[in-house]
Design a protein around this ligand. Structure first.
Ligand code: DGT
Ligand code: CA
Ligand code: CA
Ligand code: ZN
Length: 577
C-alpha cells in the first residue's frame, strides 16, 4: 500500500464520520483523521516500509498517534481497516459518490440523505430538478443550481483520472513488471505517454520471452480487483482504484509500430494511416506494410522516417499541425524538465505550507535550481491562513534571513496576493513594493458573471506591481470548471502590461491548460511554470507542468524560468517605483 492510498482511507474515514455522526466526539476525531491524511500524503518516506521496520515508530509522523499508527499497520498488513469497513456498511455507496461534487461536503450529504432520503448522485439530480433542495436549511435556488452544475462536471469526469494518479499507478505497475524475469521492456503508452491532463485507462506495452508467464505474474499484482479479459497478446484488468489497465504483450520486432499505434492519439493515427494509404501502403499496430512486405516496424523513428516524417514527441501527437511540421522538419524543440532553473510559486508555514523557507530552499537546491520565489497567501485567503500586512512584513524579513543560512540559491521574497472581487490587490502599494516579485490570483467570488470577471482580471493586470498572474482560470481538474471570462481580452491586457502567465504545474490545476498556454504563446505572452508547492516534496510536481507546456508546443524561450536569475528578473515587467 502506498502513502496516498493510506491517506485516502483516512480522508474517507473523516468524511464518513461527518456523515454518520455516530461517535460523540465526531467533530474532533474527523479533524484528527483529516490532519493525518494531509501529513501522510506528503510524508517523504513510504509508510509501508516504516511500518515493517522494528527500529522505527509510525507515531513519529506528525498527526499520527497510537490509534492511527495501529490503523496504518492494519492497512499495510491486510490491505484494509476494519473500522473503515464497518463505517462503509452503514451507508449506501452512492453517498460517497456525492462527496465528489464540488461544494457538496459531508454535512450536505447527511442533510440530503436524512431529510429527503437521497442515496445517489442520480437521486440528487432529480431532487434538484424538481426544486426540492432549495427548501432545506442553508440552501436556496442558487445553491440548487450550483449542485446541478457540479453534477454536470461530475458526469464529464466519470471514469477519468488525473494525470498524477495515472502516472503513479503506471510507475508502480511498471516497476513491478520489470522485476519479472520473462519481461524485457515495459512502457506506458496512450494518453498518459502524451501527457494529457486526464487519463481514461492505462495502456501498458510489454515485450519479453514468455508472455504466458508474464501474464500469470502480472495478474498476481495486489492492486488488481478484477480480470476483464485475457488473451494471448492482451490482458485487461480493473484495479482496486477502479482504473482499467490494458496490458499488451508484443513481439519484439513490432514494438515501434505498436508503441506508435497505442500512443495515439486516435486522430494522429488516422492522419498517419491516410498518409500511408496515399503511398499505397498500410499502417497498423503491427507495422508499415507494402503488400505483405514489412517496410518498418521495429522503432518509432523508423516508421516515421519511412513515412517521410521527423520523429514526433508524444505530447504533440494530437493532429494539431504536428504532422505538417514534421514533414518539413520544423517541429519546435520543446522545453524539457532539465531546462527549468527555478520555481516561482510556493508556500511555507507562514501561511498554509508545511515547511520553512530554509527547507523549501534546500529541497530546491537538491533539484539543481538557481532561484525560488516564496509566495505565501495574503490576508483575504483566510482559509489558507493568509498574512495581513504586519505578518507579511515579518515574512519578508524571515525570507531575507534565510538567504544568510542557505547559500548557493537565490531566495526571493514574493507573495501570492489575492485579487479582490473588484480587481484591487489585497495589499497596499507600500507593501507591494517591498516584494521582489508579486504574483496575484483569484481565490474568491469565482462564479461571478463573465464580463465582471474579465474586468476584475484586467484591473488587476493594470496594477503596476503585478508581474505574474497565478493559475489564471482557477479550474480544478475533474472538479471545478474555469472561471467564466474573456480570455482574449485578458491575454491582450497581459501583453499590454507585460504580465507573465503562470502555468501552475500542480496536477490538480494545470492552469493554464495545454490549449490556453498554446494560445498565450500565439498571443505573444511568456509563461512561467511553477508548482504551487505546499511541501518540499511538491517541488517535484514540476514534471506535470513541463508535460503540459510541451503539449502547448512551448520551447525554452517561451518559458521564463528557464533563464538564469538576473535574466529572468530583467525579462519580467519592470519593477514599479
Ligand atoms: P484515454 O484512455 O481515453 O485517456 O485515451 P487514449 O488515447 O489512451 O485512448 P485508448 O486507451 O482508447 O487507446 C489507446 C490508443 O490506441 C489511442 O491513443 C490510439 C489507439 N486507438 C484506439 N482506438 C483506435 C481507433 O479506433 N483507431 C485508431 N487509429 N487508433 C486507435
Ligand atoms: Ca488509454
Ligand atoms: Ca486503452
Ligand atoms: Zn492560489
Amino acid at each position: 500500500m502506498e502513502n496516498r492510498e493510506i491517506a485516502a482511507v483516512f480522508q474517507e474515514i473523516a468524511d464518513l464520520m461527518r456523515i454518520l455522526q455516530d461517535d460523540p466526539k465526531w467533530t474532533f476525531k474527523a479533524a484528527a483523521y483529516e490532519r493525518a491524511h494531509r501529513s501522510i500524503e506528503s510524508y517523504p518516506e513510504r509508510l509501508a516500509d516504516l511500518a515493517r521496520d522494528p527500529n522505527r515508530k509510525l507515531a513519529e509522523i506528525p498527526g499520527v498517534g497510537a490509534d492511527l499508527a495501529a490503523k496504518i499497520k492494519e492497512l499495510v498488513e491486510t490491505g484494509q481497516c476494519q473500522y473503515h469497513q464497518d463505517q462503509l456498511k452503514q451507508i449506501p455507496r452512492g453517498l460517497l459518490q456525492m462527496l465528489q461534487l464540488q461544494s457538496v461536503g459531508p454535512q450536505k450529504v447527511r442533510l440530503f440523505h436524512n431529510e429527503l432520503g437521497i442515496r445517489s448522485v442520480d437521486e440528487l439530480e432529480a431532487a434538484a430538478q424538481a426544486g426540492k433542495l432549495r427548501a432545506l436549511p442553508k440552501m436556496d435556488e442558487k445553491s440548487e443550481q450550483n449542485i446541478l452544475k457540479a453534477i454536470e462536471v461530475f458526469r464529464r469526469a466519470a471514469g477519468r483520472f488525473r494525470l498524477d494518479t495515472a502516472m503513479e499507478t503506471a510507475e508502480e505497475l511498471t516497476d513491478y513488471l520489470k522485476e519479472i524475469a520473462s519481461v524485457e521492456r515495459v512502457e506506458p503508452a496512450g494518453s498518459l505517454r502524451r501527457g494529457r491532463e486526464t487519463v481514461g485507462d492505462l495502456d501498458l506495452l510489454i515485450t519479453g520471452s514468455d508472455h504466458a508467464k508474464t501474464a500469470e505474474r502480472f495478474l498476481k499484482h495486489p492492486s488488481i480487483a478484477e480480470v476483464l479479459a485475457q488473451g494471448e497478446d492482451k490482458v485487461s484488468v480493473r484495479l482496486k482504484n477502479t482504473m482499467q489497465v490494458d496490458a499488451r504483450l508484443l513481439e519484439r520486432d513490432q514494438y515501434g509500430a505498436a508503441l506508435m499505434y497505442f500512443t495515439g492519439s486516435k486522430e494522429h493515427n488516422i492522419a498517419l494511416r491516410d498518409r500511408a494509404k496515399k503511398r499505397g501502403w498500410k499502417l497498423s499496430e503491427y507495422g508499415l506494410f507494402e503488400g505483405e512486405k514489412v517496410l518498418a516496424s521495429k522503432t518509432e523513428e523508423e516508421v516515421y522516417r519511412k513515412l517521410g516524417l521527423a520523429w514526433i514527441p508524444p505530447e504533440l501527437r494530437e493532429n494539431q499541425g504536428e504532422i505538417e511540421l514534421a514533414e518539413e522538419n520544423k517541429l519546435p524543440k520543446l522545453v524539457e524538465r532539465g531546462d527549468i532553473r527555478g520555481d516561482l510559486q510556493m508556500h511555507t508555514t507562514a501561511s498554509d505550507g508545511k515547511a520553512s523557507v530554509e527547507e523549501m530552499a534546500e529541497a530546491a537546491k537538491q533539484l539543481g535550481y538557481q532561484y525560488i520565489l516564496i509566495t505565501d497567501h495574503s490576508k483575504a485567503v483566510t482559509i489558507a491562513n493568509g498574512l495581513d500586512e504586519k505578518r507579511a512584513a515579518e515574512n519578508i524579513r524571515r525570507i531575507h534571513a534565510a538567504r544568510k543560512k542557505v547559500k548557493g540559491i537565490e531566495i526571493w521574497a514574493g507573495a501570492e496576493v489575492d485579487i479582490l472581487g473588484d480587481g484591487r490587490l489585497d495589499y497596499p502599494d507600500a507593501l507591494l513594493r517591498q516584494f521582489d516579485i508579486v504574483l496575484a490570483s483569484v481565490h474568491s467570488r469565482m462564479t461571478m458573471p463573465g464580463e465582471e470577471m474579465t474586468e476584475r482580471l484586467i484591473k488587476a493586470l493594470a496594477n503596476p506591481y503585478l508581474r505574474i498572474l497565478g493559475h489564471p482560470t482557477g479550474r480544478h481538474i475533474l472538479k471545478r470548471d474555469p472561471f467564466n471570462f474573456d480570455i482574449e481580452k485578458v491575454f491582450a491586457a497581459a501583453k499590454k502590461y507585460g504580465v507573465v502567465m503562470e502555468l501552475n504545474g500542480n496536477p490538480e490545476r494545470l492552469d493554464l491548460s495545454d490549449r490556453l498556454a498554446r494560445l498565450a504563446k500565439e498571443r505573444g505572452l511568456k509563461i512561467i511554470i511553477s508548482t504551487d508547492a505546499h511541501a518540499p516534496d511538491h517541488l517535484k510536481l514540476m514534471r506535470y507542468g513541463v508535460l503540459t507546456a510541451r503539449r502547448a508546443w512551448l520551447d525554452k524561450k517561451d518559458v521564463l524560468n528557464t533563464l538564469p536569475p538576473q535574466k529572468l528578473l530583467a525579462a519580467l515587467r519592470p519593477l514599479a517605483k
